[in-house]
Write a protein that binds this ligand. Sequence first.
Ligand SMILES: [Zn+2]
Length: 351
Amino acid sequence: MNIRIRFQILFIVLISSHFGKTQICTDLIEDSSVYKVSMIYDDVVQLMYQHSEVLSVDILGFSEFGQAIPVLKIENKEKRLDKKPVLFVANLHAREFYSSKFLMKFTNQFLLSLKSDSCIYKNASKYLEEYIIYIVPLANPDGLKIAQQDWNGIESHREEISKIKRIGPYSDWKANGKGIDLNNNFDDGNFHLKHGRLFEEKPASQGHKGSFPGEAIEAKLIQNLVDSIHPLITLSFHTKGDVLFWADRGTHTKFRGLDTKLNKKVAQECDLIMARVSQKPKDYAAGLENYVRAKTGSIGVCVELSKSNNKEAQNPPSQFLDLVWKKCKNLPLIYLDEFSRLYPEYADLFD
Ligand SMILES: [Zn+2]
């Protein structure tokens, strides 16, 4: 075979293997546009069909306006009783679709990595020997629709929505469809003390904690999920500040340093700031992470993806890859790696 033909064959092999690799690991999730509720539902369904051997999808329940809140479960079906459940939640705050996109992209890439060593998460299958991963990528579908002024499916609630006090444009909407900030509505024992910087007595696009804990259906559903699966780690994703809110004064000492070690590692690896231990329940109370720490004694972290921009609005959709994905794509698995390493010393905390 002459050298030219050999070169051509080599070239074709290289191209096809590159192409095959690209196809195997190609992302379902679009990187640079606004992530709409309908797109999230479509992507969830696609994933369910493509990865049914390890992924099951259930409806956790329905939002105030009747939209489905899916919960994804990634599990090696081989039964073992001692697997550790972990929970990742996105979109408690309506406008923050970066968080949904991050979790959906992580889910897709993790599932692809289970099938091929050429995708980004090496040894992905080893995590499923130890963990069951639960993912709620769309906690607040009504709020996300309102923030995106996507009235399709919630048109009949439009008048009701228009009567809720709006602080800023619709695109700044943080609350659920009834004007309750979900991350101020969890029953962590300090709900009565909560009085955030933006405090609204009545339903509003942000800053209203509700009249009682668990008033918002969406918060109650996630609280019930936590109570039923007992996650050892809960990561709640938000989208501003490149910061981890990882501890509060009321619960910090009971973790005996596990929370510090775990979050320090993640902050270093992903170049995030660790917030100071929150001091006043008035400021920190009634979030999902607070509920998890106070009521279940497990690790709960609010992860703020992407840098601050001194605006209410999230950073532009076109910057998702640079500001979120490239920086934090390994974050969930760093938590799991570090937790596995530290667990033997702290196992009694989770008895
Ligand atoms: Zn938020």
